[in-house]
Design a protein around this ligand. Sequence first.
Ligand code: NAG
Ligand code: NAG
Ligand code: CU
Length: 175
Amino acid sequence: MGAKVLILVTVAVAMLRMVLGASHTVGAPAGSWDQQTNYTLWASRTRFIIGDELQFQYSTTVHNVVEVRKAGYDACNSSSPIATFLTGNDVVPLAAIGTRYFICGVPGHCGAGMKVQVNVRLKAVRTVQRCRGTGKRLRCRFETVLSSATTAGIDQSAVARLGLAVVATGLMLFF
Ligand SMILES: *[C@@H]1O[C@H](CO)[C@@H](O)[C@H](O)[C@H]1NC(C)=O
Ligand SMILES: *[C@@H]1O[C@H](CO)[C@@H](O)[C@H](O)[C@H]1NC(C)=O
Ligand SMILES: [Cu+2]
């Protein structure tokens, strides 16, 4: 019984993570949205999944956040912003697959390294069932495999349906 509950909880947590997403404070834990943090290094240590969000935390008297396209990012040019954030505690949802580019719009800051690009990926849930024995001695084990894909072929609703199927299968087999 304990193991069954544990497996269901594991699947539920994986799905919840997929639905609710994680919040990534840019630069954390060592830094924040500042001029000291190496954001290339920070981004390389973080996995950005659809449904996650970024949080930019900074003093509004010193910095801001401008979302730009790649050209603006490369050139530190914020004159054609996609969005501008000024609250000092900005939440940016990562709702689609692709690369997002953010720079500080205060003159000189982007050029000094205050720029971050994040690659948003899709995480698909796959369950593998392994069974041993026969009849009443049949022992089945589910393994939840989380695999990321940058593909554009799988849409989110397909993944959501997959998740529901996983729960339905789990309920049918365990109870
Ligand atoms: C930031 O980190 C990356 C990856 O480790 C490294 O290649 C780069 O030189 C660093 N940049 C600075 C300014 O230290
Ligand atoms: C910034 O980009 C705009 C076009 O979006 C361009 O007109 C302008 O000259 C650029 N500024 C600099 C300093 O390169
Ligand atoms: Cu700044």
